[in-house]
Design a protein around this ligand. Structure first.
Ligand SMILES: *[C@@H]1O[C@H](CO)[C@@H](O)[C@H](O)[C@H]1NC(C)=O
Ligand SMILES: *[C@@H]1O[C@H](CO)[C@@H](O)[C@H](O)[C@H]1NC(C)=O
Ligand SMILES: *[C@@H]1O[C@H](CO)[C@@H](O)[C@H](O)[C@H]1NC(C)=O
Ligand SMILES: *[C@@H]1O[C@H](CO)[C@@H](O)[C@H](O)[C@H]1NC(C)=O
Ligand SMILES: *[C@@H]1O[C@H](CO)[C@@H](O)[C@H](O)[C@H]1NC(C)=O
Ligand SMILES: *[C@@H]1O[C@H](CO)[C@@H](O)[C@H](O)[C@H]1NC(C)=O
Ligand SMILES: *[C@@H]1O[C@H](CO)[C@@H](O)[C@H](O)[C@H]1NC(C)=O
Ligand SMILES: *[C@@H]1O[C@H](CO)[C@@H](O)[C@H](O)[C@H]1NC(C)=O
Length: 870
């Protein structure tokens, strides 16, 4: 009720007239927010802005517009290639996928996917994986890495690209994103936080001539408390670039949604880098410019046949500035943002040029594959960027492995165990580990999902390779049907490998167009039947699952023979040795589920199902609000098969001696934000048309996108600036820079939001007989006196111990910030603490359903042996 009322009020408060969007359900509005805030006002970027502005003030119109877009799809070595401004020393910038390693190249590492990294719950590993990924992109000469992904958040269990991110919780996702960014950018690579925002399914995501992209309709509070949260943390960590999603929000395409880009991202979150479109997500020229888009990728229009040399920007951007429709300061700000990110990462100092080609694996090839006639040359130099990254990849894969069940201590395996291994997922794809473009098939060991977020495997260390390397006594049946010749013996341990895959929408695998439409949440390749058949003949069965996300285990979970279940997630190239170390007990498993495992798909709210075909713009309304994943299961009192955060070890841990310390005293609203600092200023006069004229005798590459205009065109555009015909600016348009909302004030928002309110320490002791690592998870329960409807518990922090020997302990320090204890108030448009003196419960434990240690903020004390709140 409160929320509904608040929504109505916020619509009135927002005020300005709203464009009618027929198909969008009543109440969801895409409000105007203009102008695009200038970047450069936070002190942590001022030196880079100073350097950038010196260049920008000296650049011609055509040089500036050249940096804001790609030169066209397949028109360079990288998946995206901006134009250059060589006169002022700026080369073409190379943009390349993807979040788990350099896509479409060689001598790279295929790192474990985001979801696997999330399952480690290990901040140090998340950071170190980021550093290693950054080193590989730098080594290949990539300026701008297209990752990490923190959206999709995983609202829909069937969503195709959830595995690229870190798990179905905003805080887990936020740590995954922010720590990856810090790692990647520590070696000078610009990271790209994506996809802004609410890009929760693959189908119908894109705008085309015949159909608008799907509209995610969600309220302001849900946006702030769930989907925007990881973006806020990524911006706070200093990310250089943000990628806009394909879909619409509240009916307005994200790529030209001024409220989203100008309002939320640049003003409220204080984002200082540049905003790029997803590939062909831009659907207008001037509108997207005014809405705050800074870079168009790959440069082409989405609606005309691509590779014909059509663009909304480049030469059209030059025209739009000359004719006065786009104010000069908007272009100057876009270019300054791009160059500031370039300087912020130190790319002006000895940064390598691209030495690979995303379009071919051959050494030689066309330099511009989409041009009919292209010069040829050396395009792949086969630079080895792997260094010792296999080690970090293996550590992540190993520490992500999540033990869900382990009866009779069937695991760890004894060294002399005789094994019968079943399932094609245990061994490499017999057609070749890279035989499917962008991993668009599920054959052999599943190390990653498919699409632009994939990479080529340099090798695949399969589970069978692992057994071999161990000298295990095993027999492998490389089939997904139970073989008649396995000769079960009572001494055998059977290990069954099964998988579930998903990916990006441009490839359909086994009738799944990215999202898991056909496979549902089931195992692929009749995995359920294989497990049941094996369990009928063998008394000790271990199931190993490689999966992109939740799968239903019910058909076989409770069979007496199924003694152990391990989720190995998506291990990338390191599927074998990492698994052996856990199976044989060199280490105890220490991964925890980054999502809930349900008993049935009907346990989820109906509103998180995939949206199918709808006439006109498909509408996806987030009526469940805050109640996704465990937040929903807890509220609906549905017991999952395994709760979010669950993960067993070979040893046991006790949590004790917890203390809570108040650090920053709280007030209902945060202290007033700091004012914006100075931003670069430039002449606002429209530059002379001559700055956009084609140079004489320029040797054009056919279909390549340039920023120049024919002399006549440029002159006519300049004349139009003086005519009475004015560009039809959107409702609410203004070109007067504002002070920014009160919830802003620094990268990530008002810096006071990140003040530590309470610090908590807890001692974790290994009470078992084997070494192991524990994950302490901290969930906040709002005071019972709060009238704001809030999920029962919400993850706010976590820490992993180092390896603890039996009998030893470690004290972990966790914290909650002001923001962690706040709700987004849609009326005041601020983070408020609903009851300042209320008794917040800060619950500690090793799973969201096993929280037995409670620290209360009112009394400032902690108590163990409490009943878990869920
Ligand atoms: C979408 O509409 C809701 C309901 O009016 C509003 O609260 C929210 O701020 C809007 N979101 C965006 C991104 O425009
Ligand atoms: C850039 O600087 C050079 C050298 O100071 C000057 O000759 C030139 O006119 C400047 N160009 C622009 C576009 O400001
Ligand atoms: C734009 O970039 C292209 C590709 O690098 C280059 O050929 C062209 O000269 C650049 N244009 C300007 C105005 O610098
Ligand atoms: C200026 O040029 C842009 C880009 O082609 C165009 O969209 C806009 O309508 C033009 N404005 C005027 C006033 O002609
Ligand atoms: C494996 O070795 C253990 C002792 O190390 C022994 O108890 C067990 O029977 C052996 N199992 C097999 C199948 O030989
Ligand atoms: C099982 O293992 C034990 C211990 O090694 C051995 O004595 C026995 O013969 C084995 N049974 C079968 C059926 O192989
Ligand atoms: C309990 O925690 C406090 C504060 O962190 C620490 O000083 C003390 O050594 C701990 N005691 C034990 C027994 O771990
Ligand atoms: C447009 O008007 C301005 C101011 O009146 C004038 O300086 C400029 O030369 C005119 N531009 C064109 C292309 O006519």
């Amino acid at each position: 009720m409160h929320l509904f009322l608040a929504l109505c009020i916020s619509t009135i408060v927002t005020g300005a007239a709203i464009e009618q969007r027929d198909a969008v359900p009543p109440g969801y509005v895409a409000a105007p927010y203009y102008p695009a805030p200038h970047g450069g006002w936070t002190s942590d970027w001022s030196e880079s802005y100073r350097k950038a502005s010196l260049l920008v003030s000296n650049m011609t119109l055509a040089e500036k517009t050249n940096l804001t877009a790609g030169t066209g799809i397949f028109m360079g070595r990288c998946v995206g290639n901006t134009g250059s401004a060589l006169r002022v020393g700026i080369p073409q910038l190379c943009l390349q996928d993807g979040p788990l390693g350099v896509r479409n190249t060689d001598h790279n590492t295929a790192f474990p996917a985001g979801i696997t990294a999330g399952a480690t719950w290990d901040k140090d590993l998340l950071y170190r994986r980021g550093v290693a990924i950054g080193e590989e992109f730098r080594g290949k000469g990539v300026n701008i890495h297209l990752g990490p992904s923190v959206g999709a958040l995983g609202r829909k269990p069937r969503g195709g690209r959830n595995w690229e991110g870190f798990g179905s919780d905003p805080v887990l996702q936020a740590y995954g994103g922010a720590l990856s960014i810090k790692g990647i950018q520590s070696v000078g690579v610009i990271a790209t936080l994506k996809h802004l925002i609410a890009n929760e399914q693959e189908m119908y995501r894109m705008y085309s001539l015949v159909k608008p992209g799907i509209s995610s309709n969600l309220d302001d509070r849900t946006l702030h408390e769930l989907y925007l949260w990881p973006f806020a943390e990524g911006v706070r960590s200093g990310v250089g670039s943000v990628m806009i999603a394909y879909n619409a929000v509240n009916g307005s395409a994200c790529s030209q949604n001024s409220y989203l880009i100008n309002g939320l991202l640049k003003d409220e979150l204080g984002f200082q880098g540049f905003v790029m479109s997803d590939w062909l997500a831009q659907i207008s020229g001037v509108s997207s410019t005014l809405a705050g888009l800074d870079m168009s990728m790959p440069g082409d229009r989405h609606d005309l046949p691509i590779v014909l040399g059509n663009s909304y920007w480049m030469f059209e951007y030059s025209r739009a500035v000359l004719n006065g429709s786009v104010p000069v300061d908007r272009l100057d700000d876009a270019v300054t943002r791009i160059l500031a990110a370039y300087f912020q990462m130190g790319q002006d100092q000895n940064y390598p040029r691209p030495n690979f080609d995303t379009n071919t694996q051959d050494a030689e090839g066309p330099l511009y594959p989409a041009a009919l006639i292209s010069p040829r040359g050396i395009v792949n130099e086969f630079v080895d960027v792997q260094a010792n990254h296999a080690e970090i990849a293996r550590d992540v894969s190993r520490d992500a492995i999540t033990l869900l069940k382990n009866q009779n201590n069937v695991l760890p395996l004894r060294r002399n165990a005789t094994l019968k291994v079943f399932g094609t997922d245990a061994e490499k794809n017999p057609d070749g580990i890279n035989s499917c473009n962008d991993q668009g098939c599920n054959k052999g060991t599943l190390g990653m999902g498919w699409g632009s977020g994939s990479a080529r495997y340099p090798y695949m260390d399969s589970p069978i390779d692992g057994f071999k390397a161990r000298g295990a006594t095993y027999q492998f049946f490389n089939t997904d049907s139970f073989p008649s010749n396995s000769n079960p013996s009572p001494n055998d341990t059977a290990i069954v490998f099964v998988s579930a895959d998903s990916g990006e929408n441009y490839i359909t695998v086994e009738n799944n167009p990215g999202d898991r439409t056909s496979s549902n949440l089931n195992l692929w390749h009749n995995g359920d039947k294989l497990i049941k058949d094996v369990a009928a003949k063998y008394a000790n069965v271990v199931v190993v699952v490689h999966t992109v996300g939740p799968v239903i285990l019910e058909e076989w979970h409770d069979l007496p023979a199924v003694k152990a279940i391990l989720f190995a997630h998506l291990p990338g190239q390191e599927a074998g040795a990492s698994l052996m170390q856990v199976l044989y007990g060199d280490v105890s498993p220490s991964g925890h589920l980054p999502y809930t495992l349900p008993k049935s798909e009907s346990d989820y709210p109906q509103s998180v199902s995939l949206v199918g075909y709808q006439i006109g713009q498909p509408q996806d309304t987030f009526t469940e609000g805050l109640y996704v994943d465990y937040r929903h299961f807890n509220k609906a009192k549905v017991t999952p098969r395994y709760a979010f955060g669950h993960g067993l070890s070979y040893t046991t841990f006790a949590y004790s001696n917890a203390t809570i310390t108040a650090v920053t005293p709280l007030t209902a609203t945060p202290p007033t934000r700091p004012a914006k600092g100075e931003t670069p200023s430039y002449s606002t006069a429209i530059p002379p048309a001559s700055e956009a004229y084609w140079p004489e005798n320029f040797n054009r590459i056919w279909r390549y996108l340039y920023s120049w205009l024919d002399k006549n065109d440029a002159d006519n555009a300049a004349k139009a600036a003086n005519s009475t015909t004015k560009y039809p600016y959107p409702e609410g348009y203004s070109n007067v820079q504002g002070p920014g909302p009160q919830a802003g004030g620094a990268q990530g928002g008002n810096p006071a939001l990140f003040d530590v309110a309470y610090s908590i320490s807890v001692t974790v002791s290994n009470t078992g007989s084997r070494p192991g690592k524990a994950v302490a998870q901290l969930y906040v329960q709002f005071p019972s006196t709060s009238t704001v409807d809030t999920p029962i518990i919400q993850l706010r922090d976590f820490e992993k111990t180092s390896t603890l020997a039996p009998g030893t302990s470690q004290t972990l320090n966790l914290r909650v910030t002001r923001k962690d204890l706040s709700v987004w108030d849609v009326v005041s448009q601020n983070w408020i603490i609903p009851v300042v003196d209320g008794d917040y419960g800060l619950w500690l434990g090793d799973s969201s359903d096993a929280l037995h240690l409670r620290c209360g903020t009112a009394r400032g004390s902690c108590a163990g042996e409490q009943t878990s709140p869920v």
